[in-house]
Ligand binder design. Structure first.
Ligand code: GLN
Length: 473
């Protein structure tokens, strides 16, 4: 889609201003119902559109992303725009600098439509944990769009933006992409700079793109990837362009631990159908990743530990205080003040995780929980390294079920956590993984398939996913 739009723009079949206004019109018509956006960036967007139109008129070259509208998850900083992380504690915070990914996309001329809804501080799998409103699934408004990057996934699916940025700590790009029938890519840990991303769990967080095709996701990834001096964990991504990827030369692993009880039958059957198609070209091999069955419990120790530390900076005073907070007595001591602001500013799920994290890091429990989880994490990393000596890629379902009903799991955190069962192990081990849509259930709900590659194989994985996309049509 990006390449075609680019052609239309440079052939002067459409102006950037017209393109942007078409997209804003769709937002106006649909978003009252869908609730994908927290804030829009209309004025700036049209200003930039005019600048790029002017460039085109002068016959200057514009990049592939020049004038292309995109949406940004509201935990990624855009200078001058509110960045709330869908939390009351940041309701009035205006970012004073750009995230590195935003700088890179700005340089290419992409245009921000607005900031999208998420589960508060990216904690959740349904976008129901936003402090502001619930985002709806475009396939069925009574269902969740997935989360935490639900707003970004809906913006792309409903053509309110061409692509979008999300963040993935345990599945927050792939799961909503699966629930909304689009492509969502979680790069290798460190392949994209985290500078300017509001940290959830720093050893797991990664920024990645949503789009309607693997090709578009690849274009965006090429723009945002790479080492950034402002993020010491970032690195260059190895190039594979000289190596042609052919399905005939690939061995695909099917990990049996991902096809167990609890996996929805329709999803299972659809994935098997796709695997049978791939069998015509590639070697398919059943593999076993026994340690991945510990990935979810391991995640729910490491992630809250990091959350409790990262969220300690929100005291209700820095990052613009919220005038809605009631602070009854101005003589409060510091401890009581924090108690008041953090108690009012954080939602239930965020508080739950801060408490869990503080507990697993506390004296006497640190060894039993946190240290042990780190050891399990190492075993999972090793297991992925071993399996990728045998196979080139792994294919699994992205989610155990199709999109669930709004409210269905909100009172049962464990049921909610289980929706990430197939996605968290890639964050725990740092490997790249992508969701591609593969069809619909009989109730017309989207089904996603996950492809996982070895650490730093991002470009190869995208090339492979494009081949799979082709044999699906
Ligand atoms: N749903 C997972 C969680 O609640 C993952 C969130 C994410 O990837 N940001 O933690």
């Amino acid at each position: 889609m990006i390449k075609e739009l680019h052609q239309k723009l440079i052939n002067k079949e459409i102006t950037v201003t017209k393109l942007i206004s078409d997209y804003f019109n769709r937002i106006k018509n649909q978003d009252k119902e869908l609730n994908a956006f927290i804030n829009l960036n209309e004025e700036q967007a049209f200003k930039k559109a005019q600048e790029i139109d002017e460039k085109i008129r002068r016959g200057e070259e514009i990049g592939l992303l020049g004038g292309i509208p995109y949406a940004v998850k509201d935990n990624i900083l855009v200078k001058g725009l509110k960045t709330t992380a869908a939390s009351k504690i940041l309701e009035n915070y205006i970012a004073s600098y750009n995230a590195t990914v935003i700088d890179k996309l700005e340089k290419e001329g992409a245009i921000i439509m607005g900031k999208t809804n998420l589960d508060e501080f990216a904690m959740g799998s349904s976008t129901e944990n936003s402090a502001f409103f619930v985002t709806k699934n475009p396939y069925d408004l009574s269902r969740v769009p997935g989360g935490s990057s639900g707003g970004s996934a809906v913006a792309v699916k409903s053509e309110m933006s061409v692509f979008a940025l999300g963040s993935d700590t345990g599945g927050s790009i792939r799961q909503p992409a699966a629930f909304c029938g689009i492509v969502g890519f979680k790069p290798s840990y460190g392949a994209v700079s985290r500078y300017g991303l509001i940290a959830m769990a720093s050893s797991l967080d990664v920024i990645g793109p949503f789009a309607t095709s693997v090709e578009d996701v690849e274009i965006i990834f090429h723009t945002i990837k790479g080492k950034d001096l402002k993020d010491a964990t970032s690195h260059e991504v190895p190039d594979f362009t000289n190596q042609e990827i052919r399905l005939e030369n690939c061995t695909i692993g099917i990990p049996k631990e991902f096809f167990v009880k609890g996996l929805d039958d329709e999803i299972k059957n659809k994935i098997e159908e796709v695997i049978n198609k791939i069998k015509n070209y590639s070697l398919i091999k059943e593999v076993s990743l026994p340690q991945t069955t510990s990935a979810l419990p391991c995640y729910y120790i490491i992630m809250p530990a990091e959350v409790s530390s990262n969220l300690a900076r929100y005291d209700g005073i820095r990052y613009s205080p919220n005038p809605k907070f009631q602070i009854p007595n101005s003589n409060l001591n510091l401890h009581d003040l924090y108690f008041q602001t953090r108690g009012q500013g954080f939602g239930q799920e965020v508080r739950r995780r801060i408490i869990l994290g503080t507990y697993v890091l506390s004296k006497g429990y640190y060894d039993a929980y946190y240290k042990k989880a780190q050891k399990v994490r190492r075993l999972i990393v090793n297991e992925f390294q071993e399996v990728f000596k045998e196979v080139d890629f792994l294919i699994t379902p992205t989610t155990p079920t199709p999109p669930f009903k709004i409210g269905e799991k909100s009172s049962d955190p464990l049921a909610m956590y289980l929706s990430d069962i197939f996605t968290v192990s890639s964050n725990i081990s740092g490997v790249p993984a992508i969701n591609i849509p593969i069809g619909l259930t009989k109730d017309n709900l989207p089904i996603g398939m996950q492809i996982i590659g070895p650490y730093n194989s991002d470009l190869k994985l995208l090339a492979f996913a494009k081949l799979i996309e082709q044999i699906l049509v």
